[in-house]
Design a binder for this molecule. Structure first.
Ligand code: BG6
Length: 487
């Protein structure tokens, strides 16, 4: 029998996580092409009467409108937090906290501006070289997501994104280019961010204009199939190119509890979890699970799966399973149960949990439950590559941010991760989301802040962009220094 660990391993990867489209800005510099996230217009979520809206979708009419008259709209992801010009300062701050790893993504449109070029854009490649070299200066390992909620907009316009099989070789070309270029600088990779969120937003996850598809669920699963194949081919390529590579898949892990002990509710929770785990089931085990055959039949979903795909999926299984974890859900046998299963927004509340300012249920123990279940299921190392609290912060006159609520949130989640480790879960690392304040994915707001580092910018882009250390910065530094013992 293996010996149990008493805490985080000595080589535990502490760090923080970001995504190119939420931090870089410089949306047209260095030869970058326009990407899908450059068309996420700011819509005041309060004016729309909801603050917890996670999805941003764009219709073909909206895209036309944005292209014809861009100045009439505000697109916060185009400006990000100007990481493109300030990466040295930001990485120095990460190093000051003691980061061992920095999760970031590469913007596909910086490397292949339209996705269709034969050769990669040298300026784009050179930018990430500088970023990785800066990390190396401090001994920080990059953890690179190849596709984090953006792709060249040309691929949306030409193919309706991942609806088309054409995207598979185009992605493989991009993946091979970055694997080759950074083979001596990057060992840890994730192919797609939260692939299961295709169910939540076709545009965000798969660059699909929803109004152009008849059957949304069918589109989500067809796009996911194309991404599975592209991901598996990428895993194979990574293993050829980088002998000691560690390459993972990732889902947005939404733990589901049955509302009552009623067997029907329990069954619904099992089904909800299946739809969530379907993604790592394919990517970690290398084949479609049988429960999905029934699900596809029940939902009139017919996937176009090529003969060779089965083999590709088998040969392209991942080394680790990464998750983002923000919340748990409640499952109940009710009329719309099938619709709700596996999706992000849920109207069913858990009376035992408090909500964040954006109405996201806070459930640290759910993270431990998730880790235990995932490890039981896959027996592969796990990585919590996103977790955090989106909250409003106040910058005091003397440049301080007293974010004890964020410390409390992170502390409770780390405590539960530690318990999971003590219970035998093999956990590689932890990169809380938005280690530096960034543009929110779902709402394009700046005021929904996750960072340990405050960035002086408001929703409309006003501000100095100066960086300030929050109280959580100093707290996390100590957590890392004590390897998670001093919380
Ligand atoms: C994750 C995404 O699901 O949630 C991130 O991978 C995102 O890109 C994060 O920012 C938090 O969501 P939001 O909408 O609060 O930014």
């Amino acid at each position: 029998m293996k010996e149990l660990k008493q805490g985080f391993s000595d080589n535990f990867l502490w760090g923080g996580a970001t995504a190119a489209n939420q931090i870089e800005g410089a949306y047209l510099e260095g030869g970058k092409g326009l990407s899908t996230s450059d068309f996420a217009a700011y819509k005041d979520p309060y004016a729309q009467g909801k603050v917890n809206n996670f999805k941003f979708d764009v219709s073909s009419a909206e895209l036309n409108k944005y292209k014809e008259n861009p100045d009439a709209f505000d697109f916060p992801k185009r400006r990000g937090i100007d990481f493109y010009h300030r990466y040295e300062e930001d990485i120095a701050l990460f190093a000051e906290m003691g980061f061992k790893v920095f999760r970031l993504s590469i913007s596909w449109a910086r490397i292949f501006p339209t996705g269709l070029e034969d050769k990669p854009n040298e300026e784009g490649l050179a930018f990430y070289d500088k970023v990785f070299d800066e990390c190396a200066k401090y001994g920080i390992e990059p953890l690179v997501t190849m596709s984090h909620y953006e792709m060249p907009i040309t691929l949306t316009e030409k193919y309706n994104g991942w609806m088309s099989r054409e995207l598979v070789p185009l992605f493989e070309k991009y993946a091979r280019a970055i694997l080759e270029r950074y083979k001596n600088k990057v060992k840890y990779w994730i192919t797609f961010n939260e692939m299961n969120m295709n169910l939540n937003s076709l545009y965000t996850g798969a660059g699909i204009l929803e109004d152009l598809v008849d059957h949304k669920l069918q589109a989500a699963y067809q796009a996911s199939h194309h991404q599975f194949v592209a991901s598996a081919l990428t895993v194979k390529a990574a293993k050829e190119i980088i002998p000691d590579v560690q390459i993972g898949c990732m889902i947005n892990q939404i733990e589901a509890y049955a509302k009552t002990t009623k067997p029907e509710d329990q069954l619904q929770a099992v089904k909800s979890i299946q739809l969530n785990m379907f993604y790592p089931d394919v990517q970690a085990r290398g084949e479609y699970p049988t429960y999905m055959v029934k699900y596809f039949a029940d939902n009139q979903i017919k996937l176009d799966i090529k003969e060779q795909d089965e083999q590709i999926l088998k040969e392209g299984t991942v080394d680790f399973v990464a998750i983002s974890y923000y919340m748990s859900h409640v499952a109940e046998a009710r009329e719309d149960a099938a619709e709700l299963a596996g999706t992000f927004d849920s109207p069913i509340k858990n009376e035992h949990l408090e909500l964040s300012q954006w109405d996201w249920p806070i459930d640290p123990m759910g993270l431990r439950i998730s880790l235990i279940k995932l490890y039981d299921r896959y027996q592969k190392p796990l990585f919590v590559c996103e977790n955090g609290l989106g909250a409003r912060d106040t910058l005091t006159q003397d440049g301080k941010i007293h974010d004890d609520y964020r410390i409390d949130y992170l502390k409770k989640h780390i405590e539960q991760m530690k318990e999971a480790v003590k219970e035998g879960v093999d956990l590689m690392g932890y990169t809380p989301w938005g280690c530096i304040d960034l543009i929110s994915c779902g709402t394009s707001q700046m005021t929904k802040r996750y960072g340990l580092i405050y960035v002086d910018q408001d929703d409309l882009g006003n501000g100095t962009l100066n960086r300030y250390r929050k109280d959580s910065f100093f707290w996390y530094k100590n957590v890392i220094a004590s390897n998670g013992e001093d919380l």
